[in-house]
Write a protein that binds this ligand. Structure first.
Ligand SMILES: [Fe+2]
Ligand SMILES: [Fe+2]
Length: 160
């Protein structure tokens, strides 16, 4: 486990030192920060890629960058469009701040498949797309349900 953690930390180091990437810690996403979300997707993808003997480094880097956008990038007028568009915004930001390979590019740009029309080209991209969906459900249930319950309790307390 220690060796696995060390390997993950080594990949993560480059991102941790990037001031633009650090901004993800200021934005809320599924009830937690976007930095926590991309780290969860990257950690789970990292472990799954080991089991499946895929390209672990590309999987982890692609997963860390799959939602690399800040709240200023979000189109609030048309959130449905944004759901489809944000992989390309994340890709643009990734290219601006990091050197990325073809697999990482595919992971980032296709992670919302089937909302994005083009199919993921690599097993690594399919893996991150699936794990992003599982992690997002987990986060919404765990963090946003808690928020919802908290708000309901406050509401009931107020009307009693
Ligand atoms: Fe996303
Ligand atoms: Fe995501």
């Amino acid at each position: 486990m220690k060796r696995i953690n060390k390997e993950y930390e080594n990949i993560y180091k480059e991102f941790e030192e990037n001031s633009e990437f650090k901004k993800l810690s200021e934005n809320i996403h599924h009830g937690l920060t976007r930095l926590e979300h991309v780290n969860r997707v990257a950690r789970w993808s990292f472990i799954a890629s080991k089991v499946l003997k895929l390209d672990t480094k590309s999987v982890t880097r692609g997963a860390l960058l799959h939602d690399f956008f800040t709240n200023e990038d979000i189109n609030r007028e048309n959130y449905n469009e944004f759901l489809k568009e944000h992989p390309l915004i994340a890709l643009e930001n990734s290219k601006k701040h990091f050197e990325i390979n073809e697999i990482e590019e595919d992971i980032i740009s296709k992670h919302m498949y089937p909302l994005t029309k083009k199919k993921p080209k690599y097993k690594e991209s399919i893996l991150v797309s699936l794990i992003d969906k599982v992690a997002s459900c987990y986060e919404a249930l765990r963090f946003q349900t808690a928020t919802a319950v908290g708000i309901t309790i406050l509401f009931l307390y107020n009307i009693r």
